[in-house]
Ligand binder design. Structure first.
Ligand code: MN
Length: 252
């Protein structure tokens, strides 16, 4: 029986988490280790400066007072006591596309799995006006997870899956979109007259690209993007080498 570790960033009570765990249970034994409280937009944060605790809240479900990255680490080191066959993170309430993936706790959960040597995926569902309906996203996640268990993934690679609202038309393998970054910050005043600020979510504006994750979801397809933790800008290596930071005498 395959062992599957499921986490998320919306918290252990999220219906998206339950839907994902349920869909994956046909592929193996699922253990949920998820944050006690919502930890969205927490990125790849790892808790190092205070203790982390977890509670077993039901059979194979653990609530941990930390980040998704904490959940994957403690899930593997302590709760499972070894590497699972798959780490799955989600189903997030809201897409994680393009440049936004670095903010995402959902994506970071899968990235941590990949860094620890486990084939991993993150799954996110488009926000719509209607209440979230996770069934199609859970089905899509199970299909992708089944393929990963079947074929494996290259080392340090994980899949970022984004599901459109409504019935998906199929799957598209995509690249990350580039967001046209415009952040809105609202300046307000608290009841004591001190200013405070509220960072707004950026507008959904992306540079057009036929192959992008954003375009796939716009067109009604499930987007599947292979990602890796290595952010090295290979095209910039030559330029940076030519910068000559050290004085001539120290140069090798
Ligand atoms: Mn979230």
């Amino acid at each position: 029986m395959k062992r599957i570790l499921v986490t998320n960033d919306d918290g252990v009570l999220s219906q998206g988490l339950t839907a994902l765990a349920q869909a994956l249970s046909r592929l193996g034994t699922v253990t949920i280790v998820a944050p006690t409280r919502e930890a969205s937009a927490i990125g790849h944060a790892l808790t190092l400066h205070h203790p982390v605790r977890f509670d077993r809240i039901s059979e194979n479900v653990y609530a941990l007072d930390g980040t998704p990255t904490d959940c994957v680490n403690i899930g593997i080191a302590t709760i499972l006591g070894g590497l699972p066959d798959l780490v799955a993170s989600g189903i997030n309430k809201g897409l994680n596309l393009g440049d936004d993936v670095t903010y995402s706790g959902t994506v970071a959960g899968a990235m941590e799995g990949a860094l620890l040597g486990v084939p991993s995926l993150a799954v996110s569902l488009e926000r719509t006006k209607a209440p979230y309906e996770f069934a199609d996203a859970a089905e899509a996640a199970a299909r992708v997870a089944g393929a990963i268990l079947d074929r494996g993934l290259p080392a340090r690679t994980f899949l970022n899956v984004n599901v459109p609202g409504g019935k998906p038309k199929g799957f598209r393998v995509t690249v990350q979109a580039r967001r046209n970054h415009v952040t809105t910050v609202s300046a307000l005043q608290d009841p004591r007259g001190r200013p405070y600020y509220w960072i707004g979510e950026a507008e959904d504006s992306y540079y057009p690209h036929d192959r992008s994750d954003y375009q796939a979801v716009q067109d009604g397809f499930v987007s599947v993007t292979p990602l890796q933790p290595d952010l090295t800008a290979h095209d910039a290596l030559k330029l940076v080498e030519e910068m000559r930071f050290s004085s001539d005498g120290d140069r090798e």
